[in-house]
Design a protein around this ligand. Sequence first.
Ligand code: SF4
Ligand code: SF4
Length: 227
Amino acid sequence: MTAVDYAPLDEAGFFLRAIFDVATLPAAVRDTIPGADRFRQLILIGHGGRRLWEEVKAAGLQSEHPIDDFTQATVKRWLAGQLPGVAHELIYPGDGPVGLQALGRLAGWHHDSPFRVGVNAEWGSWFAYRAVVLADSSLPLTPSMTGDSPCASCRTQPCVSACPAEALQDRDFSLQKCVAYRKQPGSRCRITCVARTSCPVRPEHRYDDAQIAHSYSRSMAMIEKLY
Ligand code: SF4
Ligand code: SF4
């Protein structure tokens, strides 16, 4: 087993890491990962809380995708420093689709929330998948994140009642209602999700407003393009 120093990832806000042996991934998950059969391990990296955004701002990136660009630079630097000479491929961020939520479930990071963003007891909904690396590494495998879904014990479900589109009222999230509401000129959800910000779990990790606006502006742009 190869010991590595995760401190450089911590310093950048990438507090969530999960190491999997590719051979032991469920076939249904492995099949969603392009090139998985060519490598021994999969390294899933996520950010949690506010630190990443602070670091991205400090880096002063003016690009169209500053978080992805910062992530790629940081993860590549970490790989070069910690796994020199080890064959690897950064497959996310990238062009191909990767089943991130399926990996998140395996890592214990993802529990379904009514508003469909993953939630867990450690970070609430304030985390995200940032990088997936395939590598011929021999890193110690990580234990799954423990803790039940916070939603299981959330009796009042404030996220459900907060959604102005009533998109969470039925058992299944209504993308149609959400999109229709977000497109309205007076929508409160053009650059945020009121349901998400109403969730009381782990408020200390809540992104600052600029980060929330950055993220939801991107999804809004996608909605304007597709619907
Ligand atoms: S408000 Fe309750 S039901 Fe909604 S995401 Fe948070 S914990 Fe889950
Ligand atoms: S973005 Fe707005 S409309 Fe969509 S689920 Fe969140 S609160 Fe509801």
